[in-house]
Design a protein around this ligand. Structure first.
Ligand code: SF4
Ligand code: SF4
Length: 115
């Protein structure tokens, strides 16, 4: 999720994928920024955002209603998978549209292709 583009009225990826990342990104490690209290152990070297490692995922940090209005309450401190996940109107990312489709949201097309 980003703060630009369609993400503010979407949030689908935050409630579709497991969000896992190296444990050193969390505040329990020196220099970590992702709040450890919102993470859980996933693998000896990985954490995941709470709520994303379950049959019907929804990240604990996701606020709002998917497809309406959403926000990430740890946006400035979100983990690397969230920073690297490009919205479908910002670049090629089939995983964005796969998550959107799961919630009945229309696919996004990179803006450069529309122009
Ligand atoms: S699924 Fe795509 S548009 Fe929706 S929040 Fe995630 S990156 Fe943004
Ligand atoms: S940390 Fe924020 S951007 Fe990442 S999955 Fe959770 S709500 Fe989405």
């Amino acid at each position: 999720m980003s703060r630009e583009s369609a993400c503010l009225t979407c949030g689908a990826c935050c409630a579709f994928y497991r969000v896992s990342f190296y444990w050193g990104e969390a505040t329990g490690a020196p220099g970590g920024i992702v709040p450890s209290e919102l993470t859980e152990n996933f693998h000896p070297h990985l954490l995941c955002m709470q709520g994303t490692n379950q049959a019907k995922p929804r990240c604990v940090a996701l606020e709002g209603e998917i497809g309406q209005q959403v926000g990430c309450r740890i946006y400035e401190n979100r983990p690397s998978p969230c920073r690297e996940f490009v919205a479908g109107d910002e670049g090629e990312n089939a995983y964005c549209n796969k998550a959107r489709a799961n919630y009945g949201l229309a696919p996004l097309i990179p803006i450069k292709e529309v122009a």
